[in-house]
Design a binder for this molecule. Sequence first.
Ligand code: NDP
Length: 284
Amino acid sequence: MYEIIDGKKLAGEMRARLAVDVNSFKIDNGRQIGLAVVLVGNDNASQVYVRNKIKACGEVGIKSFAYYLPSETTQEQLEELLKALASDNDVDGILVQLPLPKHLNTDKALKLIPVEKDVDGFSEQNIGRLATNEECLVACTPNGVMKMLESKNISVRGKKAVVVGRSNIVGRPMALLLLNADATVTVCHSKTENLKKECREADILVAAIGKAKFITADMVKEGAVVIDVGMNRDESGKLCGDVDFDNVKERCSFITPVPGGVGPMTITMLMYNTYVAATRREKR
Ligand code: NDP
């Protein structure tokens, strides 16, 4: 019998705890924690993501500074704003909503975010620290997956974990987190030979591919923990994951649904990272 890991419920519980911690921070330090969110252009999906992030800030008591810049913003203008935010003491975290319009240099812009304010955990320094298992700010989605495993006391140590997907924002940091937690990790991607065999060996299988219902029951070991990061649309336009949930679930000990699984954890982890960034900054 499988158990669902309910990301929506866990995210709600985490946000309630965070609201208490954020309030204590305010009392102790005489100031509110602040997150700056920068959006360039009018991409619809990005606007929704930014709105949700700002709403989450309000829920946990983090002050949000939203910057809506027009599509024609120049590299210089963007960099000027990021430099100002970098030295602004009221700002604990800086997030640039990606993707940026094509005429802007994303790498150059992101490098202006100081490592201690990089709440997305995308900077080279934070990724490097994660790779060497040092204190860092960790990318929100994979960090949320680790919290989901912890919430069910799922032990990772010594287990065989297979991550399908190697993107910089999900697959790679996911593999590093699992490795840091003492799993034996295999990373699969589009050039992997015999993907089915690799997946079938997984005690913990993380799918971060971006292909609807790609992981089928014959790719899953009996009793595996299956984490579905994917967010796709099926033939009828319904939101679905990378895992063929209905057919895979019976083989699992634990499985995350889509929607209501990893998705709700991502923004919660952004709030968590902002809180962590603020407390570390105050300690310095
Ligand atoms: P990317 O497109 O950047 O990466 C996809 C990865 O999957 C690549 O490494 C690619 O391999 C691999 N892949 C593609 N096709 C296959 C295949 N046939 N067999 C094996 N591997 C394959 O996607 P992201 O990492 O950004 O996102 C992955 C999914 O997670 C998406 O559905 C996205 O919407 C979702 N997502 C969800 C979030 C959440 O909050 N829940 C947050 C971020 C993403 P290769 O490197 O060889 O091309």
